[in-house]
Design a protein around this ligand. Structure first.
Ligand SMILES: [Mn+2]
Length: 443
């Protein structure tokens, strides 16, 4: 089903979004006993012993409401007794920086907007709300009591409702995906033309017309062995003889991210290329297993089974699928989780919550560090990202502990290719439809 952005317009969806979030936050106020929630966009940070600022990163709780990512010291106020949230925009005079970012067209009608020039001025606007207001912000700009500043009770309730994405949020991730596809294609072309990792990242940024600071996360672009470095951010500026290439990169739209990984073989006739195709089929099967109520921990087991089978078929493992899982041999080749929630944070919060009170779904004994453990719910956005890696340090450990499980002559053949990861973003619709927004955008 094609759900690309047509009608209603993004501004209409934003109105619905604000209305839906307001209802959810009113509920949170009711159950937690507070009168209002004030969310700050955050402040710029200066580097140690320097007058240079770090790139500004907006508070994810603010991002959930507002498509502003370049404007610090703004505050959104949601009060239990009003139907329209108020956005306080910092308008202090600033001759050093570009004029402040505004809201997209058609967005401001759904908010009360007030400009302020100083924190004292803002406090006057907020009036005597001091005792019953909660502030969610990295710094306590309002000099509110400790109990009112980022209380866990409120944060947990917000994280819990976040799991279900509004149609606006879904549209934003879809749009972020559409914008990332030409950039991924440009990256593939640059790799095939023999470019260095840094040149490939540069081709990616040029194609999506974004700066590095506007990326939802730092681009991972690994050629050959570097494809085995799970978060390879230190990009090589020298071209090498290309064999394999892994790129994990997204784009953001109105503060919502896409999170996409693709792996390419330089030689399309090689066995590495065949391994990519095999993992690609397994990945699409894993996507199809997602459904409302399902546990990500069960999907993790399925992913491990599929990856073990691929390694057996490619003559890498000499043990059975069961042994590969039982003896944790599979963790050497697939040392991370199958996926995570995607939302206001690229690794969205709330993925382990059992309820809004903050109780956690107990972690599986086998996978204590799995990012997502809570059962899937309707309108959630998940990533599905199985991988197969040949990581020398993990292989060394396996060699000393369980040497007989592996065909080591085969391993030496695969190490120079680094690894493979394939990652799509999926919306679990309430009617049961699974929308693979990444594949649709690549079509
Ligand atoms: Mn991811």
């Amino acid at each position: 089903m094609n759900r690309l952005l047509k009608d209603p317009t993004i501004a209409d969806l934003f109105q619905q979004h604000i209305e839906e979030k307001r209802c959810r936050f009113h509920n949170i106020l009711k159950t937690t006993g507070w009168d209002e929630i004030v969310i700050g966009s955050g402040s710029g940070k200066v580097q140690f012993q320097d007058d240079m600022a770090y790139p500004f990163k907006v508070n994810p709780y603010f991002r959930e409401w507002m498509p502003l990512d370049k404007r610090s010291k703004c505050f959104l106020r949601i009060q239990s007794n009003t139907d329209k949230p108020t956005l306080y925009l910092n308008c202090a005079e600033d001759i050093w920086h570009t004029a402040p970012q505004g809201l997209p067209e058609g967005f401001s009608e759904h908010l009360e907007i007030i400009e302020y020039a100083s924190i004292d001025g803002l406090k006057k606007h907020l009036g005597k709300t001091q005792d019953k207001a909660v502030l969610i912000n990295e710094t306590n700009d309002l000099d509110i009591s400790d109990a009112q500043w980022n209380p866990d009770q409120v944060l947990n309730a917000i994280d819990f409702q976040r799991r279900s994405k509004t149609p606006y949020e879904q549209a934003c991730v879809r749009q972020a995906t559409q914008l990332a596809v030409p950039a991924h294609r440009a990256a593939e072309q640059a790799f095939m033309a023999g470019a260095s990792e840094l040149e490939i990242a540069s081709a990616y940024l040029t194609a999506c017309k974004c700066s590095e600071n506007e990326m939802p996360y730092a681009i991972i672009a690994g050629i050959n062995q570097n494809a085995a470095v799970l978060h390879h951010h230190q990009l090589n500026n020298k071209a090498v003889k290309p064999r394999s290439f892994l790129i994990d990169a997204g784009v953001q739209f109105n503060n919502y991210a896409s999170d996409i990984t693709r792996t390419y073989a330089f030689d399309k006739g090689s066995d590495f290329s065949a391994m990519i195709s095999t993992l690609d089929s397994a990945q699409q099967q894993l996507v199809s297993y997602g459904s409302i109520g399902k546990s990500p921990m069960d999907l993790q087991v399925l992913a491990q089974q599929k990856i073990a089978q691929i390694l057996i078929d490619f003559n890498v493992l000499k043990v059975s699928v069961e042994q590969a899982l039982e003896q944790k041999i599979i963790n050497t080749f697939f040392p991370h989780g199958l996926g995570h929630h995607l939302g206001c944070n690229v690794h969205d919060k709330g993925s382990r919550l059992a309820n809004p009170a903050g109780d956690l779904v107990s972690a599986s004994e086998k996978y204590p560090s799995l990012r997502a453990s809570a059962p899937m719910v309707a309108n959630q956005i998940h990533t599905v990202e199985p991988g197969i890696y040949f990581i020398p340090s993990l292989l060394d450990k396996l060699r000393s502990d369980q040497s007989e499980a592996v065909n080591w002559s085969e391993i030496n053949h695969w190490i120079p290719f680094g690894g493979i990861r394939i990652e799509d973003n999926i919306i679990l619709h309430s009617d049961g439809d699974l929308e693979n927004i990444t594949r649709l955008a690549f079509q």
